[in-house]
Ligand binder design. Sequence first.
Ligand SMILES: Cc1cc2nc3c(=O)[nH]c(=O)nc-3n(C[C@H](O)[C@H](O)[C@H](O)COP(=O)(O)OP(=O)(O)OC[C@H]3O[C@@H](n4cnc5c(N)ncnc54)[C@H](O)[C@@H]3O)c2cc1C
Length: 493
Amino acid sequence: MPEPQAAILARRDVIVAGLRALLPDACVIADETGRRAYECDAVSAYRQLPLAVVLPRNTAEVSAVLRYCHEEGVPVVPRGAGTSLSGGALPVADGIILGLGKLNKILDIDFANRAVVAQPGVTNLGITNAVQHAGFYYAPDPSSQIACTIGGNVAENSGGVHCLKYGLTTNNILGVELVQMDGTVLRFGGKALEAGGYDWLGLLTGSEGLLGVVTEVTVRILRKPATARALLLGFPSSEQGGDCVGKIIAAGIIPGGMEMMDRPAIHATEAFVNVGYPLDVEALLIVELDGPPVEVDYLIERVSAIADSCSAVTKRISVNEAERMAFWAGRKAAFPAAGRISPDYLCMDGTIPRRALSQVLTRMTELSKQYGLGLANVFHAGDGNLHPLILFDANKPGEFEKAEAFGADILRLCVDVGGVLTGEHGVGVEKRELMPCMFSEIDLDQQKRVKEAFDPQGLLNPGKVFPLLHRCAEGGQMHVAGGAIPHPDLPRF
Ligand SMILES: Cc1cc2nc3c(=O)[nH]c(=O)nc-3n(C[C@H](O)[C@H](O)[C@H](O)COP(=O)(O)OP(=O)(O)OC[C@H]3O[C@@H](n4cnc5c(N)ncnc54)[C@H](O)[C@@H]3O)c2cc1C
């Protein structure tokens, strides 16, 4: 992380007093025990005590805190529920954590416009819970949906099982209220389907807390599909499973969800949930079709025929809601299940073109042997979003570093086959140093200019997303794109 500024650390008491002048005492946490609760997000391998934790209750308080920090030059790390899997909400020693958990109200439910206006601390599932009595729901469904916040979802452009058909967060939000680092409150979009000017929502969604603090979100809600049924398909090889995925999409069918697991993941999840997953297959595919019953029945037949043509050796079709939920139970519990087969694991997140699936799976198996670390694969097969779980034991010296290097190789592989570094978990700290694998110096400079337009002093979520120069020097590495040494004006070490 960037070197903390000694001048800020020395003025900690003054800064805390300044924050307490803006908010009630209970909204400013300065003692060590209280701050400890915020020292990491879901990437608990990286930890850092923040200078203080501030918990505003409304947009006006967020604006006042940001204005104060702007004037004092204090960095700010926004935080929702802290479930980030890329270290996005990792604190900095000389900065505050701005927790949005107290902004947790649904402000408006508008069925006529199919929209819900929510404060950023409302959980993802909280939105569906608020509208399901009328047959509506919010489609993007990260597996963390009982905990993660809609503000965090916007910042990470989060996805989930149903995003293949219904889109990611960016396809399901209509408006955002954003507070800039200098305290200015801006509004983008609204309940209308089209807004003039630049596509600000597209820019802000996935900006990982670097451009502003989201204080209100207007989301699109959808009518719940009349029915949903799922197929559980087992294949003798991942290639055949991958082939089936490609053929389903090529046939013009967009399933509500299409998820795959490899043998280690199947065994780990079956031992965890006992739902009858086949243990003699190399790849398990869950395909869900949703819509009017007649359409679903027709599509089930078509997918079933495609599975046969790909030599599926297991084929079960859900006959009721309980069975459909049972098919999903293992996949939804894949992360905790992995905790039973390994003391620690790193969950990676990269995206590849679907056609490269078997090539990437084969190479990952080779890498697993090369590093001597186990691997279990669960992935959003329909959209090519991989979640390899690298199994390791942090108590064994050097294993964490080995797991990190293995993970970096997997992400480079994703880029090499024409994919991208991240599918839905963001760049954060985890993938920061890999950004030059994907973006040229010119690309990165353009991205930094956008950041500077919103936050010229670089106070919002520093140390995230953009590679740090000194890390390249420490690692003895530097990415030279097209023969041009980056930042030639800077002294070399
Ligand atoms: C078990 C588990 C399963 C998961 N499954 C999925 C999945 O299926 N799909 C998926 O996409 N992700 C998944 N995640 C990752 C994570 O839940 C998402 O990235 C989620 O959107 C983070 O939300 P949060 O409220 O916890 O944000 P945090 O972790 O608190 O923050 C994440 C980032 O957003 C920024 N941020 C947070 N709130 C705001 C705000 N109001 N304004 C500006 N910036 C903000 C933070 O600075 C940080 O950079 C999973 C995580 C876990 C632990």
